[in-house]
Write a protein that binds this ligand. Structure first.
Ligand code: HEM
Length: 505
């Protein structure tokens, strides 16, 4: 009797010990992978603590420097940073973790960023890919009108006024306003989009609300001010009739454009989805808000670090201007030509896109200051016949969390020599045989089926804006206190500011 009750107590203990200590630490295929810390095979606390302290990106980077391309950071979690890893995980289409759904759901409804399920995601992404493709964006008359209005009619006069009055400006919120004005106008039509570039006061109020929204859980922010703001714009865009297209006259100074993305998604949902009309409205609204959120902060961060770096290199500003003056038409701002309206004031996006120095400086900014530098988590699939293998570590079971991060990929010294230095030249004159791997490791927009939907849109917008700025102005840093980047998923400057003086050329 005594020995039987002994067995009843000891056997489960042995099984628990084997399941939670011996197997993960010594038997599992993951036990062959270097550990971040001696506790990680049995406890997830070590990495959890780094995340809580806000040092996740830097910790992961130093782990890879010490242990190589694959490191175990929890009983069931790996960090992977290599071209092989990107191919396997992201091109291989491993699904997202629930982390995305827990953070990015809008109106209690899924969108492209939050979706975990592979099939629903690819159906919805296909509905939008066309209007975000490079060729569509480069040839869209609507986007041309939007670009001319925002850059020529709004931004350049604002900057000119700042330059004339020698007023210093914080370029982070200004860059975010540019991002939101561009994105909202493309989603909902110019008349329904925001005009925060010219309305700094209301922009400040919007950003205050957004700072709250950003840290709330989806259930707490549902139908709060930001969600209502976006929904109101959806309702306005709903009023768009096809016959309105005939009334578009970009040359009369009151340009409007079609609600391109809104209309496109509504139509595609009408054709292919059996959901109720109310549900479809929520799907569209959730998707629109997703683009607004994804587009404005990232663009603002990119503008800020570009301006910060190039402001420290007056020679580079001169070289960039020389390149920009070769554009036709030139983006020269001439307030005396205030009556000159129309979309013939900006060069073709394709031509701006092919400027080598502008491209190299922007790419280098996105490398060293990726706006979304943190881990992008995915889960290994349950495929017993072909278990996952990454960088020589085989038999990785299904259900393991695996992530890569731009922060680390972009700091690999074998691929980007002197990785912590901002060197646009590396893209212009790459070391022989290096450019392929530099491009493959460039991960500012992710890769594979979940790659950024708006990457072409963002690049087209940012290049045009920078071209317009550096054709007409030089920039000087007045105060860059707190410019170091946060250690977070979307990483703004810690001090949330970069104070710049614009000077007319
Ligand atoms: C500099 C600007 C931008 C940067 C650095 C950026 C970066 C990223 C990154 C890294 C991802 C991948 C996340 C992952 O793998 O899980 C992503 C996804 C996404 N981005 Fe962007 N983004 C930018 C601008 C935009 C803009 C302007 C839009 C829309 C207008 C946009 C819409 C999206 C969407 C919808 C996704 C989710 C795609 C999917 O899961 O299929 N982004 N972005």
């Amino acid at each position: 009797m005594t020995s039987l009750s002994g067995i009843v107590i000891v056997l489960p203990l042995i099984l628990v010990l084997y399941r939670y200590v011996v197997h993960p630490a010594f038997v599992s295929p993951l036990s062959k992978i270097p550990n971040a810390h001696f506790t990680v095979p049995i406890l997830p606390l070590w990495m959890w603590w780094k995340r809580r302290k806000g040092t996740e990106n830097r910790t992961i980077h130093s782990l890879h420097q010490r242990h190589g391309p694959v490191v175990r950071v929890g009983p069931n979690e790996l960090t992977v940073n290599s071209i092989d890893g990107l191919r396997t995980i992201y091109i291989g289409g491993f699904v997202k973790t629930n982390w995305y759904r827990n953070l990015f759901l809008n109106y209690g409804t899924d969108n492209l960023v939050s979706m975990v399920d592979y099939k629903s995601h690819s159906v919805q992404k296909r509905m939008l890919t066309n209007v975000y493709s490079k060729s569509y964006l480069q040839n869209s008359p609507d986007l041309k009108t939007i670009s001319t209005t925002i850059v020529i009619d709004r931004l350049l006069p604002v900057l000119d006024e700042l330059a004339r009055t020698k007023k210093v400006v914080n370029v982070l919120p200004l860059g975010q306003a540019i991002g939101l004005d561009f994105t909202s106008s493309y989603l909902f039509g110019l008349a329904n989009g925001s005009d925060f570039v010219r309305d700094a006061k209301n922009w400040e109020l919007w950003l205050e609300k957004y700072e709250v929204f950003k840290y709330q859980l989806p259930k707490d922010r549902a139908w709060g001010e930001i969600e209502k703001w976006c929904f109101a714009r959806c309702e306005k865009a709903d009023g768009w009739e096809d016959s309105d297209a005939e009334k578009l006259s970009p040359d009369d100074g009151n340009a409007n454009t079609m609600p391109i993305v809104y209309r496109h998604l509504c139509r595609n949902l009408e054709k292919s989805s059996s959901q109720s009309p109310q549900k479809k409205r929520l799907i569209v609204a959730s998707e629109m808000l997703d683009h607004l959120v994804a587009g404005h902060e990232t663009s603002g961060i990119t503008f800020t670090y570009f301006i910060w770096q190039i402001s420290q290199c007056p020679d580079l500003q001169i070289r960039l201007r020389e390149e920009l003056l070769g554009l036709s038409p030139q983006l020269l701002f001439a307030p005396e030509n205030g009556d000159k309206k129309g979309t013939d004031q900006i060069p073709a996006p394709k031509v701006i896109d092919s400027l080598p120095l502008l491209d190299a400086t922007l790419r280098e900014t996105l490398r060293l200051y990726a706006a979304a530098p943190g881990p992008q988590p995915r889960v290994t699939p349950f495929t017993p016949t072909t278990p996952t293998s990454i960088n020589g570590y085989g038999n990785i079971p299904g259900g393991v969390k695996v992530s890569s991060s731009a922060y680390t990929l972009h700091r690999n010294p074998e691929i980007y020599p002197n990785p912590t230095e901002w060197l646009p030249e590396r893209w212009l004159e790459p070391e022989p045989g290096k450019i392929e791997n530099m491009r493959r490791s460039f991960w500012a927009f992710g890769s594979g089926g979940r790659m950024c939907l708006g990457s072409n849109f963002a690049l087209q917008e940012i290049k045009l804006v920078l071209a317009a700025i550096y054709t007409n102005f030089t920039t000087t840093i007045i105060n860059d206190e707190g410019i170091e980047q946060e250690d977070s998923y979307i990483a703004s400057p810690v001090g949330r500011k970069l104070m710049i003086e614009f000077c007319r050329l």
